[in-house]
Design a protein around this ligand. Sequence first.
Ligand code: G6P
Length: 623
Amino acid sequence: MCGIVAYLGQKRAEPILVEGLKRLEYRGYDSSGIAVIGPEKMRLVRSAGRISNLEELLTEENIIGTLGVAHTRWATHGKPSTENAHPHLDHTGRIAIVHNGIIENYTTLKQWLIEKGCSFSSETDSEVIANLISFFYHDRANLDLPEGRDEPAGHLTAATRLALRELAGTYGIAVICQDAPDVLITARRGSPIVLGVGDGEFVVASDVAAIIKHTSQAVYLGDNEMAVISRDGYQTSTIDNVPVASRIEQIEYLLEEIELAGFDHYMAKEIFEQPKTLKACLSGRLDTNEGRIQLGGIADISRELVRARRINIAACGTAWHAGLVGEYLFEELAGLPTDVDYASEFRYRNPIIEEGTIQIVVSQSGETIDTLAALREARQRGALSLGVVNSVGSTIARETDAGIYLHVGPEIGVASTKAFTGQVAVLTMLALYIARRRHMSQQRLSEYINALNRIPDQVDTILTQSDTIRQVAQEYSQRENWLFLGRGYQFPVALEGALKLKEISYIHAEGLPAAEMKHGPIALITPEMPVVFIATHCSQYEKVMGNMEEVKARGGRIIAVATEGDERINNYADHVFSIPDTLDELQPLLTVVPLQLLAYHAAVIRGHDVDKPRNLDKSVTVE
Ligand code: G6P
C-alpha cells in the first residue's frame, strides 16, 4: 500500500530513487514522484499513472543532488492525479515528505493549519504532515531541542517529533528539508520502514526490495520509532525521543530473486518457481531418516502447542484460504478444534480466547494491518501467537511469540501464488508435528513425510500442462461468470481458484463447497456458465461425481481438476487437468496449481496487466 524510497549518500539520488520505486511498484501504481535537494533548491517531479510516466518526465530534467525522497501511490484520500501524488511539500516549499498509511485526524489538523495561514494544494491526508512539520519548524518557540542542536537539522528533527505526536492513524514517512541538506528523517507507526545501511550511504524504503541492490545490511524500524540519518551515521529512538538500540540484520534474499528471469510477468515466474520454492520451504524440516518434522521457529512453544486446546487462525485474502486448509488439517490430523477468521472481522467482535488457545496468523507480507490488528487483539486476550509469514523481519514476524517462515523468496506478483503453496506446506508440517506428539504413529507420519517430499516434483509435472490450460482459458475467456466447486480439502482451493480469476481477469467467479451449489447457485447454471470442479481421488470423490452430474444435466460446461489416470471423469467433464496422486491432506498443494495457471492465462488473453491488477495492492497496510 504505497511504496517509499529515500536516499542519502554520495551518489546522485535520482536514479537510485527511480530504480527503487520500480522495485516497489507492486505496492501501488496510480501515481509517483520524487523530490531531491539540489545545490540550490528542492526539485520536485510527479506524475499520475505508472512509474514509466515519471521516468519520461525525468528525461527532460537534470536533477542533481544526493538526498531525496520518492513514492509510488495507491490512492486512499484523493483521486490518482499529479497534485495528489507524493512527495508533498509544505506551503513554503522547503520541506518534502512521502507517506504510506492513513492520517485519521487530517481534516481537523488541516482546518487548524489553514487557520494558522497554511495553504494546501492536494486532497490528500499526507499533505498535513508536511505542513504540520513546517508549522513547528518555523515556530521555533515551540521547539524543545533535546538534541541540543540549534541548527536546521536539529529544528527539523524536533519539529518532526512534535508533528508526529499530533497524528492519529498510521504512517511510514520520510522527511527532507532544503535547509538541512545532510539529514534524512524517517519514522513509522503501522506502516513498514526499513533502513538500509551501506558504505557511506543510506536507503530508506517500505520494503527491502528497494534496498538490496545497495546493501544487504538493514535495520527494521519498530512501531513508533524514528531514525535520524546524517551523512556519517544514524540514530534511532522512539518518536518521544527515548533512544533505541538498533540491530543491523542481514537481508536474506538476493537481487536475482526479484528479477523477471525471462518471464513476461512475476506471477508466471512465481507459479513456475513453485517446485523450487516448495523444496526450499520443506528443506531441513522433513527428516526422512528419522521420520521427524523439525520446525526450529516453534521450539520454544512446542509444549504449549502439543497441549493446546484450540487453534484460531486469522488472515486475509489468499492467506485466509490457506488458513481454511489449515482448519481441515489441524482437525483431521491433530484432532484440534480450529476456527478461521477473516482478520478484519476478528477484533470487531468479541473473540473468545480460552486457556490453551494458540492464535496463528498467516501472512505473506507480514504487514497486513488487519492481520496485525487481529494478532495484537488475540495476544492481549491471552493467546499464545504463532506467525506463518514469508517476509523476514516484518512486523507480524516480530510481534508473534513464535513463527515459521515460508522461505519461498520474495513474492512480487500482486496475485499470491507461491506464498499460498508455502503457507499450506507450513500448516501441513505444523499439523503433523503436533499430531505426532499427540497420537499419530511413526509409520503414518513417515508416509506423510515421504509424500510431502514428492510434492515439488509433482508440481513440476502439473506445470507441463500450461499450454493445454491456456487453450481452455482461451475458449472460455469471454465468459463473465464462473463457479469453482470442491469438497473437503478442495473447498478452500475452490475459493482460491475463484479469487485468482477475479483478481487478475476481472471475471466474476464464486467458490463454493460443491454440495452447497444445490442450495441456490444451481439456478445460475446454463451452457454459458463454466463450472470448475476439483474432483480428485479422495474420500469425497463419489459425492463430487454426483454434483457434476447435476451440473451436466443442466447443460453447464465442466472443467475438472482430476487425478491422473481417472477415466471416469471424461464422462462428465468437457476438459480435464490432471494432478499426480497423493494423500488427501496434501492435495491442495497440487490442485491449486492448474487454477493459478487458468487465471493467469485468462488474464493475459483478456489483455490485463497481470502483475498490477486494477485497484489491488500487494500489501494492504490500511484498514
Ligand atoms: C492483499 C493481496 C492478496 C493477499 C492479501 C493478504 O489483498 O492482494 O494477494 O492474499 O492481501 O496479504 P498477506 O501479505 O497478509 O498474505
